[in-house]
Design a protein around this ligand. Structure first.
Ligand SMILES: *Cc1c(COP(=O)(O)O)cnc(C)c1O
Length: 460
């Protein structure tokens, strides 16, 4: 212990070390000195605890490494990464990438003042929820729409407004958990509603809902099962049937669609997914869906449907807590405009990735594999058939044919390659299948391919 304490350098001994000078140049001298002091204090405490197992000669190197470790606050924790997983809407990787038009719209309102809540015609105060409502109403064919922070907020707000203190009837097959702790029974409880379960896990009939309706019933709720699917002996009541029951009994019907697909799902290769417009046309009073799933826009939640209910939702004091900012309106409006113009499949990146043909992906994969094999012959590179997935609970059980670049290395294991790809700049997130790192170019932008190549060439 004494030998270690004697060998422990002082802060001023290390200030001239090149790595510390570099850190100081990138941040400030005061910051670099503080980092160094914290590293040395930490080492001293560990020595006194007898917790440091290190040679005295290695202390300086350890102190410098700790002072300049990658967790220093000058590096952002939130960074761009290359998504090579083939999961198009990867919740952990930020879901939908935005279109150029959406990005430009966001930058324009973020850089300057905007008419977020200002009516330019009258010079009076305006309403922020005016910005996307017209587009949503036109696109969806509904009476009214509001935008909130995410779909979880949308569901919470609808339940709290229309059913607080009363019963909400839900099929047992739809009492799902959607990752990130969104669990339907718990959301209902928090919204102040009483859950009335009907049917069974695999089969629920219209008569089950009908029998459960009573004086305390406030709402009939349908929930998209999102990330799981019941197959075999199963049946679910359709939006149209439930809407008809709602009309007959005077009880509002709400469908939490999760993804909210606005284009023909068949064209995206996810034929089973409900189309938002059809659910509303079937007579459902309100639908809710995310802005950053199949819609391909920024994180937000959309509540769309009958004006009488949306007026009440707007007046709920929770609305103020769940509202979105100007950047979200700008990004969402620009994304919706691509749909209005019939250009969504070319312009919205998530839809472009979903509709990319397996032939076009294979062509890119073969060219990429060829370049890699000639630039780094130590790699074993193959192009094999595989599957991509939509992700974010959209179209559970559905996958899309793709072509994977499969990597082998004589020295590095799959886990080591994977780890080094994540440590590269920008980080690359790939997938491991059958003990090999695989790269799915479906979710990699063509202009990111050279960065991905660079990362692979500098792995060792
Ligand atoms: C994804 C999803 C949610 C949660 O949406 P967020 O936008 O992540 O808050 C709620 N319900 C369903 C059915 C979903 O698929």
């Amino acid at each position: 212990m004494n030998a270690l304490l004697r060998a422990l350098p002082a802060v001023h001994d290390l200030l001239d070390e090149p790595v510390i000078q570099e850190l100081a140049a990138r941040t400030s001298h005061a910051y670099a000195r503080d980092r160094l002091r914290a590293a040395l204090d930490g080492l001293r405490a560990e020595i006194l605890d007898g917790a440091l197992d290190i040679e005295p000669a290695a202390l300086v190197r350890e102190a410098l490494a700790r002072a300049t470790a990658r967790d220093d606050a000058s590096l952002p924790t939130l960074r761009r990464v290359i998504n090579a997983t083939g999961v198009v809407l990867h919740t952990n990787l930020g879901r939908a990438p935005l279109s150029d038009r959406a990005l430009a719209a966001i930058v324009a309102v973020a850089r300057s003042a905007s008419n977020l809540e200002f009516d330019l015609a009258t010079g009076q105060r305006g309403h922020r929820d005016a910005h996307c409502e017209r587009l949503l109403v036109d696109l969806l064919g509904c009476e009214a729409a509001v935008v909130v922070n995410n779909n979880a907020a949308a569901v919470m707000l609808v339940l709290n407004t229309l059913a607080e203190g009363g019963e909400v009837i839900v099929s047992r097959g739809e009492l799902v958990e959607i990752g990130g702790s969104f669990r339907v029974p718990e959301v209902l409880e928090r919204a102040g509603c009483v859950l009335r379960e009907v049917g069974t896990t695999n089969r629920t009939y219209l008569a089950d809902y009908e029998r459960a309706i009573g004086d305390r019933t406030r709402l009939l709720l349908r929930v998209h099962p999102s990330n799981y699917r019941i197959v075999g002996f199963a049946s679910r009541v359709s939006p149209g049937e439930l809407a008809e029951l709602g009309r007959r009994t005077g009880i509002p019907v709400v469908d939490d669609l999760g993804s909210g697909c606005l284009v023909d799902p068949g064209a995206l290769g996810i034929g089973d997914e409900p189309r938002t417009q059809s659910v509303l046309a079937d007579g459902v009073d309100i639908v809710t869906f995310s802005g950053d799933k199949l819609l391909g826009g920024p994180q937000c939640g959309v509540i769309a449907g009958r004006a009488e209910f949306l007026d009440r939702i707007r007046r709920n004091p929770l609305m103020r807590a769940l509202r979105v900012d100007k950047m979200v309106y700008a990004g969402l409006a620009a994304t919706l405009r691509a749909y209005v113009e019939g250009r969504a499949e070319e312009e919205v990146p998530a839809l472009r990735m979903l509709t990319a043909s397996v032939e076009s992906i294979r062509e890119r994969a073969v060219a990429f594999a060829g370049l890699l094999a000639s630039a780094a012959p130590e790699f074993g590179v193959d192009v094999l058939a595989g599957r991509s997935v939509p992700g974010a609970g959209s179209a559970p059980g559905v996958d899309l044919p793709t072509a994977l670049v499969v990597l082998h290395h004589p020295v590095l294991s799959a886990d080591e390659i994977d780890e080094r790809l994540r440590a590269s700049d920008p980080p690359v997130v790939a997938r491991i299948e059958h003990d090999a790192v695989v790269i799915d170019l479906r979710t990699v932008r063509p202009d990111e391919e050279h960065e991905l190549m660079d990362s692979l060439l500098h792995l060792a």
